[in-house]
Design a protein around this ligand. Structure first.
Ligand code: HEC
Length: 243
């Protein structure tokens, strides 16, 4: 009889203590978890610092990107507007073989042809009209000011602070530049001479917008339209093939 009472009593104490233990004052807490891995996956999530997972430090992995870089030639999703999607596709021209040494573009598919010369007829796929011109040109200006102006100069005359300080030289004046817009794109994307490649930091839409702005620097009437909607400048880009 005594044995039964003791067993019942210790059973009751045990259940009570378990019950009380699983109570916490924080209403958002699930309480004591007996098998936390069942509730939360121990798998490492994307966008976390591998160096510290669940409070456990792992110095070897500190500061390491947990999200992998998307595979090459994958296309970011930019909605369903097909004209925009075309602009996001990878640039169809390959870098010239020489770029492997000169611009450090390792791991790319190279072309044995002179792609810069082939780019001569590539056209800006963003067509300006009286409604959109200022939007694209001002976006181009904004990007140019942030990423190019220190070399190319505010006026695009090749006299940016880097050049004026004599830290850098050989930057051309945009006015009188022989390159066509297709070649400008190629040069901005892969680099040219002393200019590095910008293909990894600007998408195609951004580069083409900057090229519209460079055209505005070359001709103050570029991207301006008369009352009938006709382009004032003769430097109008027509849209044919480039994407
Ligand atoms: C570090 C300095 C530097 C930066 C930054 C720079 N450029 Fe250049 N850029 C140069 C130099 C130098 C050249 C001349 C290259 C040559 O012809 O050898 C050049 C040439 C060019 C050309 C003429 C290309 C051709 O085919 O003749 C264009 C267009 C151009 N840059 C646009 C840009 C744009 C747009 C940016 C910003 C996204 C930019 N550059 C950033 C230094 C720079």
């Amino acid at each position: 009889m005594k044995k039964i009472i003791y067993t019942t009593l210790s059973g009751a104490i045990l259940s009570l203590s378990l019950l009380l233990n699983s109570c916490v004052s924080n209403a958002d807490s699930p309480g004591l978890e007996y098998a936390p891995d069942m509730y939360r996956t121990p798998g490492i999530e994307t966008y976390v610092d591998y160096g510290e997972v669940r409070g456990r430090e792992n110095k070897q992995w500190k500061g390491r990107l947990s999200a992998l870089t998307p595979p090459r030639n994958t296309v970011p999703y930019y909605g369903t507007d097909s004209s925009e999607v075309m602009l996001m596709l990878p640039y169809f021209r390959k870098p010239n073989v020489a770029f492997r040494q000169t611009h450090g573009l390792y791991g790319w598919d190279y072309s044995t042809a002179d792609e810069y010369t082939l780019a001569v007829n590539d056209k800006n796929p963003i067509t300006l009209d009286k409604d959109n011109a200022e939007t694209y040109i001002s976006k181009g200006k904004e990007l140019f000011t942030a990423m190019c102006q220190h070399c190319h100069g505010e006026k695009g005359d090749g006299q940016g602070p880097m050049v004026v300080s004599k830290a850098y030289s050989g930057v051309p004046n945009y006015v009188g530049l022989a390159a066509t817009e297709g070649q400008m794109f190629y040069s901005i994307y892969y680099g040219k001479g002393m200019m590095g490649s910008h293909g990894s930091i600007l998408n195609k839409k951004e580069i083409w917008s900057i090229i519209h702005y460079i055209r505005r620097i070359q001709d103050a009437n570029y991207g301006k339209f008369d009352a009938n909607g006709a382009a004032v400048s003769t430097l109008v880009s027509d849209t044919t093939n480039a994407n």
